[in-house]
Ligand binder design. Structure first.
Ligand code: C2E
Ligand code: MG
Ligand code: MG
Length: 744
C-alpha cells in the first residue's frame, strides 16, 4: 500500500500588454502598471509563502499529534499500490515519511503468521463487508523485533465505477497493552485459583470483587457481596474497638495483618489470617484495598490441641507433669507472698498393675479415668489434680494452715476410694490408694523436690501396708535410697547367679511323713549381702522383675525335684510360691508345662502356692488360670490364709487342695485367744471343704500340740526344720525316712 498525500497546488498566470500612446501618459501608465504589477506580484509571492507556511504548520501539527499519540498515519494508493506512512519513526524506528510499494511493505514487515488474516480483513473492507478495517497483528520494527500493532482504516476514495482508489488509517503500537492485558488475565487466573480468599474492596470498605475461594470460605457468592459493606464479615468475637483500631491502622499505614474471627454467611465463624493492603493508582493515590484471608481454624485448632497435649494427660484430661510443676511453682510463689503452706499429695493406686493385667488395658484405662474423676470430685475444682503417668496422681493443696488440714483432706481421699469405682454397668472395682505428703516450706522450696519427697512418703505408705498415707520426713530418704540401691542390684542378680532356692520340709502329723518341701527364694547380693524375701519380693513385683525371677524359680524347683527323684525320693512334692503377676500374665501355664517336661517330673508332684489376697482381687481371671493349672495336673494351695477376706462360698469354687494358715496366727497361739479361735475355725472350715490344712511357722511344741488337737493335717516351721539348701534338705528327708520318729 502507499498513498500519496501531498497537496496539489494550482497556479494562475496573466497576460500583460504594452500600447505605444503619448510618451508621458504611456510612461506614467507604464510606471503605474509596473507598480501595480510589482505590487501584485509581491502580494502573490506573500500569499504563496503564507500558504506554504500553513501547509508546513499543518504537517508539523499532524506530526506532533501523531508523535504525541504514538500513532502512525498511513495512506494506501490502491491503484498504484504504494503506501505512504507518517509518524512511522516512533512505531518502527524508520523515517518519518516513507513511501514503499505495498507488497514490499507486506513482505518485509508483517508477521507471516498474521499476513493472511490482515489481507483478509483488508479485502473484506474493500468489498464492503465491513464498516472499517480493524486488525491486530505483528510487524517488524527497525531493530528487527516483532511488535503488536492495531491498525484501523477506511476506504476514502473510489473512481466513478466504484473501484477502490485509496484507503487511509492509523496504526498504533499495542505491544505493551497486549502484555498488560495478558498479565491481567494471568493475574485473574491466579486469583481465581488461589486457595486463599481474596477480596478487592474500595476505600469505603465495600466489596468490588471476590475470588472463588472467598465464596467457598465465607459462603457468600460474588453477587451476594458486591457493593456491600465488608463489615458483614465482622464477628462478635472482637470488640467494636478492635475493628476501629484495625481500620484506623489500615487507613494510616495502608496495611494491616493479623488473626481475625470472621462471620460466615451461615452464621458460623472461622479464624482467618487476614492481610489487607492498599492498592494505589498510577498517580500514587489509594484506590482500593486487597484483602487476602487464610482460613487457619484447623491449623489453630491443632496448635491448641498440641498445646493441650503438651499440658494435659490425654486419657484423663487432667494436667500432666509439666503443667503440674508449673502450677506448683506458682502456688509456691503465692504461698511465699501470703506466708501460707502448700501441700503436695502423691497418690499411687495399690496393685493397679494386677487389675490392668487381669482386666485388660481398656478396663485399666477406664479405671484410671474413674479414679481421676473421683479424685477431682473429692478435691474440688479449685485445687489441682494431675496425672503423672501410670497410676500416679498428684494433688496440690494451697492455702494450707497446718498439717491437720492436709490430713483431713487425705482422709477424705482415702474414704472416697472405699467405695468401688464403676468401670461400666457390669464392672465395679475396689482399689485403694497409697498417699505421700510433702509440705512447702517445711520440707522443700522447689516444686521438683516437693514432688520427689511426696513420692518418697508415698512409698513409705505402701510399705506400711497400703491404703494409707505418710507425711514425708528425712529418714524416709534413707529408705528411698536403699530401695533404689536394692532395685539396681536386683536387676543384675539373675545374670550374676545370686539367687538360690532353699527348701523347707512339711510334715504330715498323722503318720509323721515328710510329704513335701516348699521352695523359698534366697538372694545373696554381692553388693548388699543377704536380702530377705520380704524386702526384695515386693520390689521384684513392683518392677516386674518377678516374671523372669519366677520363671527361674519354677525351673530350678523342677530341676531339684528331678535330682531328688533320681536319688530315690519319689513321694516328695515341691511347693512353689507364685506371684500375682505370674498368675495373671498368661504364660504361667505354658512355662510350668515346659519346666515339668524339661525335668521329666510328674505334674502332681508340684504344688503351687498362691496367696489368698491375690486370688480374691482378681477372682475371675485367677479362677480361670487356676483351672488351667489344675488341668496340667499340679495341685494348688492357698498361702497365708486368714489374712484376706475369702468367703467360704468363694473358696468352694476354687480348684484347690490345700489351705496354709498364715504364720501370724500360729505365732500367737497360746497368747491370743482370738488367734486360737481363728485357727480352729480355719481348720474346721477347711476340713468341711475337704481340704488339706497346713499350719506354717510352727516354732514350739505348744503350738504343735494345739494344732494336733484341732486336727491340723500338716505342719511346717522351725520346730520341725528351717528352710535348708537342696542337698541338706535331701539328706534331712532321707534321714527322716530311715526310721527316725517325730518328736513332740
Ligand atoms: P511364705 O510363702 O509364706 O513362706 C513361708 C515363710 O515363712 C518363709 O519366709 C519361711 O522362711 C518362713 N518360715 C518358715 N518357718 C518359720 C518359722 O518357724 N517361723 C518364722 N517366723 N518364719 C518361718 P521367707 O523365706 O522369708 O519368705 C517370705 C515370703 O516370701 C514367702 O512367704 C513368700 O510369700 C515369698 N517368697 C519366698 N520365695 C518365693 C518365691 O520363689 N516366689 C515368690 N513369688 N515368693 C516367694
Ligand atoms: Mg509359701
Ligand atoms: Mg505363707
Amino acid at each position: 500500500m502507499l498513498a500519496l498525500c501531498t497537496p496539489v497546488l494550482a497556479q494562475a498566470s496573466e497576460l500583460e500588454r504594452w500600447r505605444p500612446v503619448e510618451i508621458a501618459l504611456p510612461l506614467v501608465i507604464a510606471l503605474l502598471l509596473g507598480g501595480v504589477l510589482w505590487w501584485m506580484q509581491r502580494r502573490r509571492g506573500r500569499q504563496q509563502a503564507a500558504m506554504f507556511a500553513e501547509i508546513r504548520e499543518r504537517e508539523t501539527r499532524l506530526n506532533l499529534a501523531l508523535w504525541g499519540s504514538g500513532d502512525e498515519f498511513w495512506d494506501w494508493n490502491i491503484r498504484e499500490n504504494t503506501l505512504y506512512r507518517l509518524g512511522a519513526n516512533q512505531l518502527l524506528g524508520r523515517s518519518t515519511i516513507e513511501t514503499l510499494t505495498t507488497d514490499e511493505w507486506r513482505q518485509q514487515a508483517i508477521h507471516p503468521d498474521d499476513l493472511p488474516r490482515v489481507q483478509k480483513l483488508l479485502q473484506e473492507h474493500i468489498v464492503g463487508n465491513t464498516e472499517q478495517y480493524d486488525s491486530e497483528h505483528r510487524i517488524r520494527n527497525a531493530a528487527g523485533e516483532w511488535v503488536w500493532v492495531r491498525s484501523r482504516g477506511k476506504l476514502v476514495e473510489r473512481d466513478s465505477n466504484g473501484a477502490p482508489l485509496r484507503m487511509a488509517g492509523t496504526a498504533r503500537d499495542i505491544t505493551s497493552l497486549r502484555r498488560a492485558e495478558r498479565e491481567r488475565r494471568v493475574a485473574l487466573e491466579v486469583l481465581r485459583s488461589m486457595s486463599e480468599a481474596v477480596a478487592v474492596i474500595d476505600t469505603e470498605f465495600r466489596f468490588i470483587s471476590v475470588n472463588p475461594s472467598f465464596s467457598r470460605i465465607t459462603g457468600y457468592s460474588e453477587q451476594d457481596v458486591i457493593n456491600r459493606d465488608s463489615r458483614i464479615l465482622d464477628s462478635r468475637q472482637h470488640s467494636e474497638d478492635f475493628y476501629r483500631r484495625m481500620r484506623d491502622i489500615l487507613e494510616r499505614t495502608g496495611h494491616w495483618a493479623g488473626e481475625m474471627w470472621q462471620l460466615r454467611k451461615d452464621g458460623g465463624e472461622f479464624l482467618g489470617w487476614v492481610e489487607l493492603s492498599e492498592v494505589c493508582d498510577s498517580q500514587g493515590v489509594r484506590s482500593h484495598f486487597v484483602a487476602v484471608v487464610n482460613d487457619i481454624t484447623d491449623k489453630k485448632r491443632s496448635e491448641q490441641e498440641l498445646r493441650y497435649l503438651a499440658n494435659y494427660d490425654a486419657l484423663t484430661g487432667l494436667p500432666n507433669r509439666a503443667l503440674l510443676l508449673e502450677r506448683l511453682g506458682r502456688a509456691i510463689v503465692r504461698g511465699r507472698r501470703q506466708e501460707t503452706r502448700v501441700a503436695v499429695v502423691f497418690i499411687d493406686l495399690d496393685r493397679f498393675k494386677d487389675i490392668n493385667d487381669s482386666l485388660g488395658h481398656a478396663a485399666g484405662d477406664r479405671l484410671l479415668k474413674a479414679a481421676a474423676t473421683r479424685l477431682q470430685t473429692t478435691i474440688g475444682a479449685a485445687d489441682t489434680v494431675a496425672r503423672l503417668g501410670g497410676d500416679e496422681f498428684t494433688v496440690v493443696l494451697e492455702d494450707i494452715d497446718g498439717l491437720a488440714t492436709v490430713e483431713r483432706i487425705t482422709q477424705e481421699i482415702l474414704s472416697a476410694f472405699s467405695l468401688p469405682l464403676e468401670l461400666d454397668e457390669r464392672h465395679h472395682v475396689n482399689i485403694t490408694p497409697s498417699l505421700g505428703i510433702s509440705l512447702y516450706p517445711d520440707h522443700a522450696q522447689a516444686p521438683t523436690d516437693l514432688l520427689k519427697f511426696a513420692d518418697t512418703a508415698m512409698y513409705q505408705a505402701k510399705a506400711e501396708g497400703r491404703n494409707t498415707y505418710q507425711i514425708y520426713n528425712e529418714a524416709m530418704d534413707v529408705v528411698a535410697r536403699q530401695r533404689t540401691n536394692v532395685l539396681a542390684s536386683l536387676r543384675r542378680a539373675s545374670e550374676r547367679g545370686e539367687f538360690k532356692l532353699q527348701f523347707q520340709p512339711r510334715l504330715r502329723l498323722s503318720d509323721s511323713v515328710i510329704t513335701s518341701a516348699e521352695a523359698l527364694l534366697r538372694w545373696h547380693s554381692a553388693d548388699l549381702g543377704a536380702i530377705p524375701p520380704s524386702v526384695f519380693i515386693p520390689l521384684a513385683e513392683e518392677s516386674g522383675l518377678i516374671l523372669p525371677i519366677g520363671e527361674w524359680v519354677i525351673a530350678e524347683a523342677c530341676r531339684t525335684l528331678r535330682h531328688w527323684r533320681d536319688q530315690g525320693l519319689n513321694e516328695i512334692t515341691v511347693g512353689i510360691n507364685i506371684s500375682v503377676l505370674q498368675l495373671l500374665r498368661g504364660d504361667l501355664v505354658k512355662q510350668l508345662g515346659s519346666a515339668i517336661a524339661a525335668s521329666a517330673v510328674p505334674a502332681n508332684r508340684i504344688e503351687l502356692e498362691i496367696t489368698e489376697s491375690m486370688v480374691m482381687q482378681n477372682a475371675q481371671q485367677a479362677t480361670d488360670v487356676l483351672n488351667r493349672l489344675r488341668e496340667l495336673g499340679v495341685s494348688l494351695a492357698i498361702d497365708d490364709f486368714g489374712t484376706g477376706y475369702s468367703s467360704l462360698v468363694y473358696l468352694k469354687r476354687l480348684p484347690i487342695d490345700t489351705l496354709k494358715i498364715d504364720k501370724e496366727f500360729i505365732a500367737d497361739l497360746h497368747r491370743d485367744p482370738d488367734d486360737e479361735a481363728i485357727t480352729s475355725t480355719i481348720l474346721a472350715m477347711g476340713h468341711s471343704l475337704g481340704l488339706n490344712v497346713v499350719a506354717e511357722g510352727v516354732e514350739t511344741a505348744g503350738q504343735l500340740e494345739f494344732l494336733r488337737r484341732q486336727g491340723c493335717d500338716q505342719i511346717q516351721g522351725h520346730w520341725f526344720s528351717p528352710p535348708l539348701d537342696a542337698d541338706d534338705c535331701l539328706a534331712f528327708i532321707r534321714q527322716r525316712q530311715s526310721g527316725a520318729t517325730p518328736t513332740g
